[in-house]
Design a protein around this ligand. Sequence first.
Ligand code: ZN
Length: 458
Amino acid sequence: MDNIKDKIYDRSPHIIQNIIISLFNIISYKKRYGSFYKSYRKQYLENRNLSLDELKKIQKAKYKLFIQYVNKNSKFYNELFSNIETPEELDNIQQLPILNKETLRKNINQTYTINKKNGVISKTGGTTGKSLEVIYTHKDVQERFAILDNFRNNFGYNLGEKTAWFSGKNLLSKNDVKKNRFWKTDNIYNVRYYSTFHIHNNYLEFYIKNLILYKPKYMVGFPSTMYEIAKYGIKNNIEFPPKTIIAIFPTAETITDDIRKVLEGYFKTNLYNQYASSEGAPFITECKNKKLHLELQSGVFEVLNKNDQPVNKGRLVVTSFNTHGTPLIRYDIGDTIEISEDLCTCGNNNPIVKQILGRVSDFIYSEEMGKINLGNISNCLKGVHGVIKFQIHQKVPDKILVLIEKENLIFDKKNEAIFIKNLRDRLGSKITIEIKYVDFIEVEKSGKFRIVKNTLNI
Ligand SMILES: [Zn+2]
């Protein structure tokens, strides 16, 4: 898209831009929905009620094939595994070293098993600002989309259903902004792409009115954007018509209880979460009972403590079977999750995740209170009126900077005091809290919004 965008897209009028997006989608969907895609969808569908033992058996077999392939085709892993006896046995997984993003990034050229031109490239962002380029094989891409589409299909979704998409691509021209038009539409696949880069109080009304007019059945994409829209609608008493949205499928960001409550409440629908990363983590998907299930057929999930011992709540280390191009084996993805012992009645016998706590860097550290996670931080807005957005920056352990985008008429000294008290309740009394009022808090280059920007190395 970047190439097309630079050359023709930017200079074209709105209607032509819509057509270019449709054409681009035709090309990329062709890659996604090839011959393997269909058979994967069928396979995962047929396997959806397997017992846990049967799922584990499949996982073991897939692990073996995957490690054998990687050992043969990836120079980096081949050297890494040279002293390990039968690394392809899942029972021996703990003998393999754990990799983090930095190690993978440094060795990325020796990790690739295919050329860029033979695969599909995905760029991942990162809190450190260094991006990682991952190459997928076409077959892997098709398997990943098959898993994703089966998940969304549980709630009626199919390609072509009217969808509002909140993605990280900046598709708007200056003229669009001037005309208060914050979207582009693919009329072939019935997708309207809403910008995630213009979430400003001056524009949100146009987003809501357009959503009401467009009547999408599904909403997909960055929850932080939909959340801002919903909050604006609630505050300004703009009623969103019931029975419009069948389901919301968030991507890429952590879902806090507050985000879920606001989105489901305002859009009068259900949100179904799913976890997978741009570097290719195996899948975690939510079922109709609102339980998150690991998909054992897509990889191995290890939840480990500081000493790399298995625990119920800890850092997530993944091995992903559909990363043949840039294999992820015992990859510390930087997220924390909690596994549950519960069983689910939905028919899916994959293990259940109690909660996904998000990026390890999505926390504020206080010497008094320890790590305060994203959910707790977003709860600081409880009882506070007039904050449009806030973002916390932390570079040193004893100080934070809080940027606040406020509504001048509502956010008074009293609200400021409540907000600071909420922060103090969570961060303790010793840490220095500096508040800075700003006109606008920028989103990341990827279009995501981060509540916390933490560069502490803890
Ligand atoms: Zn379930």
